[in-house]
Design a protein around this ligand. Structure first.
Ligand code: NDP
Length: 286
């Protein structure tokens, strides 16, 4: 069985560097997709309240017959629930949707999904203090943030006690996001790279295609391997069992320095983003 490397977080907990993302997997297909991924060997699932498929994640893990403690599960606070009491209620709903009660009543990692600096009077600090409660009562083994820019992280550092264990941000060859990653490296915050293959948009790039061909691997495999060698945590999404398998087969080869640098050189800076800019994103699902 493939050994996925494990990253040690700043709170001492450990996270598998490769996981399975379930964004945009319809709720009725999620349990099956998660079961497939667990069958391939993934032991880390990334979901969110916004994805509306936490229930399917819990079902998939139970149907796979794998001990819950062996699967690392992340979820994220939805944008409408940043006020402290809303956040507490939403977190309870996450645990219940996942089917985690009794001794199993915890998630491995819980994140603020977006900083929303234009909403809630820009107050993500109060929200973060509620996540600190979840950490101290043990119902979130680790807590972190997502889509936080350097200024947002600096504010947490100035006004709160806990350094986020991770920052989950957009990172792929067209948007290397090195400034935010660099802040994380300096301050012990692990980077999780979302949309690691840019939702497929980097796979037709001629440089990626050439490197894939030269290494006898698929374009997705060489891009995911590039992330692994950068040290980031990734969880590609796929509903195709073959791709779920391919995306897991990253540990029997290594990119040489030239190939690695050629992929790094595809960075287009801010123009390479495929997702929203966290400084202005203010979407709240109805
Ligand atoms: P990905 O970069 O993982 O790309 C997924 C897309 O690529 C799907 O269309 C999939 O199609 C296709 N694909 C997957 N594997 C392959 C392959 N081997 N070859 C060709 N095509 C492939 O995008 P996501 O946006 O899903 O990001 C991954 C995860 O990151 C999410 O699931 C979620 O957990 C997280 N995320 C977090 C965000 C945040 O704000 N915190 C924002 C966005 C994502 P198919 O399914 O048909 O195979």
């Amino acid at each position: 069985m493939t050994q996925v490397p494990v990253i040690k977080l700043n709170d001492g907990n450990r996270i598998p560097q490769l996981g399975f993302g379930v964004f945009q997997i319809p709720k009725e297909e999620t349990a099956g997709a998660v079961k497939t991924a667990l069958g391939v060997g993934y032991r880390h699932i990334d979901t969110a309240q916004m994805y509306q498929n936490e229930r399917g994640v819990g079902e998939g893990i139970r149907e796979a017959g794998i001990d819950r403690a062996e699967v690392y599960v992340t979820s994220k606070l939805n944008n409408g629930f940043h006020q402290p009491d809303d956040a507490r209620r939403a977190f309870d709903r996450t645990l219940s949707a996942l089917g985690y009660d009794g001794d199993d009543s915890y998630v491995d990692l819980f994140l603020i999904h977006w900083p929303l600096p234009m909403l809630y009077d820009g107050d993500f600090v109060s929200t973060w203090k509620v996540l600190e409660e979840f950490k101290s009562d043990g119902r979130a083994r680790s807590i972190g943030v997502s889509n936080f820019q350097v200024a947002h992280l600096q504010r947490l550092a100035e006004e709160t006690e806990t350094v986020p264990a991770v920052n989950q941000i957009e990172v792929h060859p067209y948007f290397a996001n090195n400034e935010v990653r660099g802040y994380g490296q300096q301050h012990g915050i692990a980077t999780e790279a979302w949309s690691p293959i840019a939702q497929g948009k980097v796979l037709g790039d001629p440089v990626v295609a050439r490197i894939a061909e030269a290494n006898g691997k698929s374009p997705a495999q060489v891009v995911l391997r590039w992330h692994i060698q950068r040290g980031d945590i990734v969880f590609p999404k796929s509903v195709s069992p073959q791709r779920v398998r391919d995306n897991f087969a990253l540990f029997d080869f290594e990119l040489g320095a030239d190939d690695f640098d050629a992929i790094s050189a595809l960075d287009r800076g801010a123009d390479g983003r495929i997702g929203p800019n966290p400084d202005t994103f203010d979407y709240v699902p109805s």
